[in-house]
Design a protein around this ligand. Structure first.
Ligand code: ADP
Length: 268
């Protein structure tokens, strides 16, 4: 049996997805990127292969993507995360229907990608200049509020009343603003909800730069936060589709690309 690996070396985490030749997901694994992208990517792949009892020699093709993609020398090919994200999104939403707009929030950037009816990328907008509107912003907030990023969604839905306004556009200033809100006796729930709406407003602006087309898909680690999903849907005034495993779509797209390249190279 042949296997295909998509390795997404992101700013915050490494995501690896393995597929078979029919592009079915066989398994995936995530780990922190830390400072040694290459070493940790190798370790993550080795451990995934071990868990699945797959021999490295059965890997027919490896495609790397993400910030650290060029460091992964063993890859047969490397592709941009925009391309990999779009391919992965279309495949992950197969049962849902046509995807026209992809929103991705990563650890240190956020993107909006517009697709045509053939699934080609026709436009994209990216914010990678500032932490506001990214996972980093959520990490800073969660740390300050002494809760886990995976708990933010629950706090969001316990908030009552109009969401608080968090206007800072910089993660550092947002921290001071949060200290001020805590000092004024606002609850953690209300602050979390306010933060989600502040991120949602930025994301909606980004999406509007490429055009809001129905068939909206949201992925990246922060898409696991249902509170943030709720805030984006409310700000956008539209339903959005979240895949089952939002953090690994881009690595899934890279693995799919690997299957296609392999078949092309082998004349299959
Ligand atoms: P990148 O591809 O840039 O490395 P990811 O798509 O892996 O980024 O997203 C990383 C971000 O996802 C983290 O900064 C964190 O805010 C968020 N995140 C990670 N795990 C969870 C979780 N279980 N629930 C909600 N958010 C999460």
């Amino acid at each position: 049996m042949k296997y295909f690996a998509g390795i997404d070396i992101g700013s915050t985490s490494i995501k690896i997805t393995l597929t078979d030749e029919e592009k079915n997901i066989i398994g995936f694994k995530t780990s922190a990127s830390g400072s040694m992208f290459y070493k940790y990517a190798q370790e993550t792949l080795d451990s995934l292969l071990q868990e699945l009892n797959i021999d490295k020699n059965d890997l027919a093709y490896i495609v790397a993507t993400g910030y650290g993609r060029k460091l992964y020398k063993e890859a047969d090919e490397n592709i941009s995360e925009i391309t990999a994200n779009a391919i992965g999104a279309i495949a992950a939403a197969k049962e849902y229907g046509e995807i026209k707009t992809v929103i991705n929030i990563g650890g240190q950037d956020s993107k909006a990608i517009s697709l045509d009816s053939e699934g080609n990328v026709v436009n994209f907008a990216m914010n990678d200049r500032c932490a506001a509107g990214t996972g980093k912003f959520l990490d800073v907030v969660a740390l300050k509020l002494e809760i886990g990023v995976d708990e933010l969604g629950d706090y969001h839905f316990k908030s009552t009343g109009t969401p608080l306004s968090v206007s800072s556009t910089c993660a550092v200033f947002a921290e001071s603003e949060i200290i001020g809100l805590l000092g004024n006796n606002h609850s953690v729930e209300d602050i979390v909800c306010g933060v989600h709406y502040s991120i949602a407003k930025r994301i909606v602006k980004l999406v509007k730069r490429v055009g809001v087309k129905e068939g909206i898909y949201f992925d990246g680690g922060p898409a696991m936060n249902e509170g943030l999903v709720n805030a984006i849907e409310n700000e956008l005034g539209k339903k959005i589709f979240i895949p089952k495993y939002p953090q690994v779509t881009t690595s899934y797209g890279a693995a799919i690309m690997g299957v296609d390249s392999y078949r092309y190279e082998q004349n299959l």
